[in-house]
Design a protein around this ligand. Sequence first.
Ligand code: NDP
Ligand code: GDR
Length: 364
Amino acid sequence: MKKALITGITGQDGAYLSKFLLDKGYEVHGMKRRSSLFNTGRIDHLFRDPHDEKRGLILHYGDLTDSSNIVRLLQEIKPDEIYNLAAQSHVKVSFETPEYTANGDGLGVLRILEAIRILGLEKTTRFYQASTSELFGKVQEIPQRETTPFYPRSPYAAAKLYGYWITVNYREAYGIYGCNGILFNHESSLRGETFVTRKITRAVARISLGLQDKLYLGNMDAKRDWGHARDYVEAMWLMLQQEKPDDFVIATGETHSVREFVELAFKEVGIPIEWRGTGVDEFGFDPSTGKVLVEIDPRYFRPTEVELLLGDPTKAKELLGWERRVTFPELVKEMVSHDLDLFKKDILCRDAGYQVCPSIEDLS
Ligand code: NDP
Ligand code: GDR
């Protein structure tokens, strides 16, 4: 039985990857952070009682800022594969917590690679680094591929740039089987609530159910290459099954603006949103009622923005045999439908006399 260690197991990708590896028969170990609240909601359905001998998922407390913890975990587990998914992954938040982001997202990668070396696991443990299309930042070439020059535009991207290159360096210097997956945006119903897609699908569901009046957004012109997280975790695994380690762009090869995402999401609930105005004065409204449903709030603008991401997944297709399955409209549909169900439950609770907390939408 192969053993995998997933850092960031409580996040969106961690949840999909754990399920994927458990289905393949792996013993899956996950690093989770201590939190004052339960933070395992995304993987609870995969978890079995710690007293169950046959359990395939084992969680360990840990943090990428804690070298001794990482060394101890690797020494105990001796994983065949490490998937480093842990990160402060919110680009806007990285402008507010740049040093923290650099520590976890940049130095955290080094800490794992050093632990592999200290323990002499170079020849037995394969390493996947969650690199990102944010590395491309300011447009240098379209579509972006493995050879496109990097130009990071945020503390997050700058930290991930270090993570990318230290992985390449340890591969070349010490022969570690280390791969960078340069993944473009991937979403799902498990996506964090403050990333733009989930913020939109939650708001659209709530507006259509009469639980919210308006959605406030930042840059609506930004374009992203959005895929489904379930498809993307398979690519992570494929990268670690090859003869030689390498770096791969994982993308759909299609790009859409935030505005298009909003339109499609509203269409799912039968509201054909229309737009008026320009720049910060732009707004979206329901033509049948005249009600304004979308407004721009400059607080969601970023000090420096990544305007256009469009990936070329040719290398992944040719060498890994990887292709995305879920299309953009299918992704939007699944996310809206999930959030409609979520908030219908709130309505049931409210109607049964239970207090339902207003959702906090004033985030990032
Ligand atoms: P999430 O934000 O959903 O999950 C991040 C995970 O990292 C969480 O489990 C979080 O724990 C954990 N974490 C954060 N900081 C630390 C730390 N210092 N030590 C240990 N664990 C930590 O991200 P995604 O699942 O969306 O993304 C996974 C990885 O892929 C990230 O590295 C992200 O930067 C990268 N990426 C994501 C893309 C995407 O579109 N989703 C695209 C390209 C790259 P907790 O739950 O306690 O907060
Ligand atoms: P991104 O994702 O920055 O691409 O990083 P996010 O969904 O946060 O933003 C995408 C684009 O939407 C614009 N935008 C808004 N974004 C948020 N969050 N909230 C808003 O209200 C809003 N309005 C407009 C943003 O300006 C941006 O242009 C994600 C993360 O998962 C990273 O960890 C990962 O590395 C990259 O994707 C690839």
